[in-house]
Design a protein around this ligand. Structure first.
Ligand code: GDP
Ligand code: GDP
Length: 436
């Protein structure tokens, strides 16, 4: 399994976030977002001619563009090189080549990474002439676009899609569950993996440029056969300012995309924080299974902090998606580490299950009969049948006379009914309405 990750880099104000939004919008029109998943400013899914990819706007993580230092941009570019498959380098035709553009181009040339050089703000034909100067960056073909109007983006996306690894090799089914351990820095990821597989796998030679790809290691432990997904980001510690959200998110993307089930670690001593939720959103956006592990439970004074209290806190933050296993563990004492693996395997089974159409309709048509979709503008809405689609993650199509009138709350009702009647714990479920 592999992934298609595009990182947008470039100095401030060239139009990175405008372009990011455009790439994400194009897809939003076609595909519903998972209910309850808030939109991330910096990470999203794009789609072009049927090819789905992830986009990361590195610039979106810089809070104050006035204070930006060249060193900071350099770090971002290096990290983007480590973690992405293709770099979209954005420059601005209005200003021409700046020193910072040159500096970034130098790093990119040396990296031998796939680069799409995007000349933005080419809002009219006159500017195409001005754009020619960017050939001087030595990164090959230039792609003139206007992020604002969208002109030129089609050709650019054709070029982007051509740079991804071919489709067949990506979509091949793998038999063993791919499990990853994610969470923000210092939450105990390495400790947990060591506790689980009982060997120190952190001794990795850290040679620049060799750490790009995911490493999948097969284990047979506790009667289960599984792969642990490990990436450059997880192993390369202490190199950059770990606390920046940007780094922990960027480092999680590839890991998550390469997994079937993610074990999301939360630090019990810190409670649930925004960064934890951002990583959870990445997992849900990628429709992966999830188990939440509240780690460092050994440090908690059980009189003041109870499992019930933390569970409630997590549920509040996650709503409406609360059907997820939560385990309180200690990587240090190995408390319930085995249980965490058991749950990961269960979630994997839940995610793979296929429900027979007859069984599905028997249950769901009754639920629909008990509580039908509310009629809108005097129009009677009837759902006639449903079926699970043959996709890698649980996806259901409900066929109705007027699918466009079925609203979010009813969709949630159907999802809850699915969860009540079948076991989809830890698994995001997709629901679509289609015309019949
Ligand atoms: P970032 O800092 O690189 O993320 O840049 P932004 O996306 O925030 O854009 C910076 C400014 O450039 C904003 O005022 C945008 O409206 C403007 N901008 C972005 N794309 C275009 C474009 O294609 N043409 C023009 N004329 N302006 C643009
Ligand atoms: P990572 O950055 O997520 O891989 O976190 P590490 O595994 O490096 O752990 C960060 C720190 O937390 C280290 O000092 C660990 O010893 C400590 N730690 C990890 N898990 C536990 C735990 O369950 N209990 C306690 N008390 N400390 C832990």
């Amino acid at each position: 399994m592999s992934s298609r990750i595009v990182a947008i880099v470039g100095r401030p104000n060239v139009g990175k976030s405008t372009l990011f939004n455009r790439l994400i919008e194009q897809r939003k029109a076609i595909v519903d977002e998972t209910a309850g998943v808030t939109r991330d400013r910096n990470y999203g899914k794009g789609e072009w001619i049927g090819v789905e990819y992830s986009v990361i706007d590195t610039g979106g993580y810089v809070v104050n563009s006035e204070d930006i230092f060249e060193a900071e941009i350099n770090k971002q570019v290096h990290l983007a090189i480590d973690e992405a498959d293709v770099i979209m380098f954005v420059v601005d035709v209005e200003l021409g080549i700046t020193d910072l553009d040159d500096a970034i181009a130098n790093i990119l040339r040396r990296s031998k990474k796939e680069v799409i050089l995007v000349v933005n703000k080419v809002d009219n034909n006159n500017r195409i002439l001005d754009a020619q100067e960017f050939y001087g960056l030595g990164l090959g073909e230039i792609h003139c676009i206007s992020s604002m109007t969208g002109s030129g983006t089609g050709d650019m996306l054709d070029a982007l899609v051509a740079k991804f690894p071919n489709r067949e090799s990506l979509e091949e089914e793998h038999e063993l569950p791919h499990i990853s351990v994610v969470g923000r820095p210092n939450v105990g990821k390495s400790s947990f993996i060591n506790a689980l597989i009982g060997e120190d796998r952190n001794i990795v030679t850290d040679v620049a440029g060799t750490t790009r790809d995911s490493i999948h290691t097969r284990y047979n432990k506790f009667g289960h056969d599984f792969m642990i997904v490990d990436t450059a980001g997880l192993r390369k510690k202490g190199k950059v300012s770990e606390d920046l959200e940007f780094y922990s998110v960027l480092r999680s993307v590839r890991t998550i995309e390469n997994s079937d089930v993610c074990l999301l670690l939360i630090d019990a001593t810190r409670g649930v924080e925004a960064q934890d939720m951002n990583i959870l959103n990445l997992i849900l956006k990628n429709k992966k299974g999830v188990v939440i592990l509240v780690n460092k439970w050994d440090l908690i004074d059980k009189d003041t902090m109870t499992t019930k209290k933390i569970t409630e806190e997590i549920h509040n933050r996650m709503a409406p998606f609360t059907d997820v296993p939560i385990v309180f563990i200690s990587a240090l004492t190995k408390q319930r580490v085995h249980k965490a693996l058991e749950l990961a395997m269960e979630v994997h089974e839940n995610r793979k299950q296929r429900i027979k159409t007859s069984e599905l309709n028997e249950v769901m048509l009754e639920a629909i009969e008990n509580y039908g979709p509310p009629s809108i503008k005097g129009k009677y809405i009837k759902i006639k049948y449903c079926t699970q689609l043959p996709s890698p993650t649980p996806t259901f199509a409900f066929f109705a006379n007027l699918p466009q009138y079925i609203k979010e709350p009813y969709k949630r009702y159907l999802e809850n009914q699915l969860r009540d009647n079948f076991n989809f714990t830890g698994v995001p479920v997709q629901i679509y309405f289609r015309q019949k």
